[in-house]
Design a protein around this ligand. Structure first.
Ligand code: ADP
Length: 341
């Protein structure tokens, strides 16, 4: 097995953008040295949607996806206390033990996760890689308490997730997890600034102005704060999503193919920001990607195939990740995609 309590490969001094990510021909130009989520995840950092109702930080708001775009109406602030940590902070910000996720049954059964053991290092940048269908998104959703495993355990920031009630789970996600999705998931009728502060606003929590300023300047959005998403490029929209994810100072940020809808330059900007957030703010960060270049920004790459962790790499470079992924071609599938039916 390839995890370890360490789960957190030490990153040498001076390592950061421009040093080890490496570059690949035809990929991100200045590599200082990436499937649509289910509908209810579309609001990502905002919480869970049930029948058009967004649960935001324990508060509820009506989600209307009309012709002019989605709107939030009638919010009520009713923040709920989050779960108590079950223990002292360890070297791992999130851990899974013998994690199994099975979809369907009988002939339609798919074993998306097949006994995963992994520790994600606190203050580290981890990339989860693998071919389409290997279980990357399922693993991320289970680790982020967005999905319930069939069996096994997940400990998120010291909290055992199994058995938590819905409201407590909502509070756990609200307080400790930041989400960045491939499709940005911004509210189109709100400005960049309003999008960034929305989760806090609806949760009725105060904004830390210094933290806001620091994040905004780091992500380079100062002069775009009053623009609406439609007035922003894809890269700028994703930067807004990144800032939103970090506004509550979460224990961990999960990013699912964060560069998947971006051109190479914008993708590099996002990855550079994520890298900086780890180096400068100690932000524990996990990205799910199939892109070796994106993985090259991480401290550690974890490789999935057929619902299992099959390898890992410390201080990965894009080329090394590409080579490793090529060696996995064909694993878990007859067609080389890794997808099982
Ligand atoms: P990846 O993110 O690596 O592409 P996923 O985690 O999305 O992989 O999927 C892993 C496996 O689980 C795939 O075979 C996929 O078809 C299956 N799967 C994912 N979500 C569902 C679902 N909601 N219902 C049935 N099968 C699913």
């Amino acid at each position: 097995m390839v995890q370890g309590p360490a789960g957190c490969d030490e990153h040498g001094p001076g390592i950061g953008p421009g040093v080890h990510p490496g570059s690949l021909p035809g990929s991100y130009p200045a590599a200082p040295p990436r499937p649509a989520p289910p509908r209810w995840l579309e609001v990502g950092a905002l919480g869970a949607v049930v029948d058009g109702v967004v649960t935001v930080g324990g508060s509820r708001a009506i989600w209307r996806a009309g012709g002019s775009g989605a709107q939030l109406d009638g919010t009520t602030a009713a923040p709920e206390a989050g779960p108590a940590s079950s223990g002292p902070a360890s070297g791992a910000v999130a851990s899974a033990r013998q994690l199994v996720k099975v979809y369907g049954e009988g002939e339609a059964e798919v074993r998306a996760l097949d006994g995963i053991d992994v520790d994600l290092g606190r203050g580290r940048f981890t990339a989860i890689l693998g071919p389409s269908g290997s279980g990357k998104s399922t693993l991320m959703h289970c680790l982020a308490a967005l999905d319930t495993p069939t069996s096994g355990s997940v400990v998120l920031d010291g909290v055992e997730v199994a058995g938590l009630r819905d409201r407590t789970l909502t509070a756990l996600r609200r307080d400790r997890v930041g989400f960045v999705f491939q499709s940005f998931n911004l509210v189109p009728t709100l400005s960049a600034r309003e999008n960034i502060t929305l989760p806090l606003d609806i949760a009725g929590r105060p904004l830390d102005r210094d933290w806001f300023d620091l994040v905004i300047d780091t992500v380079g959005l100062r002069d775009r704060l009053h623009h609406r998403p439609s007035q922003l490029s894809g890269g700028q929209q994703q930067r807004v999503a990144c800032a939103r994810a970090m506004m509550s100072r979460p224990a961990i940020v999960f990013a699912d193919e964060p560069t998947g809808n971006l051109d190479s330059r914008a993708g590099a900007e996002i990855l550079t920001f994520l890298r900086r957030s780890v180096d400068e703010f100690g932000q524990s960060t996990v990205i799910v990607t199939h892109d070796p270049v994106a993985a090259g920004y991480a401290d550690r790459a974890v490789f999935l195939a057929d619902g299992r962790i099959v390898d890992e790499m410390s201080r990965p470079t894009a080329q090394a990740v590409l080579d490793r992924m090529k060696s996995f071609d064909g694993m878990g599938s007859a067609d080389g995609t890794g997808r099982r039916s």
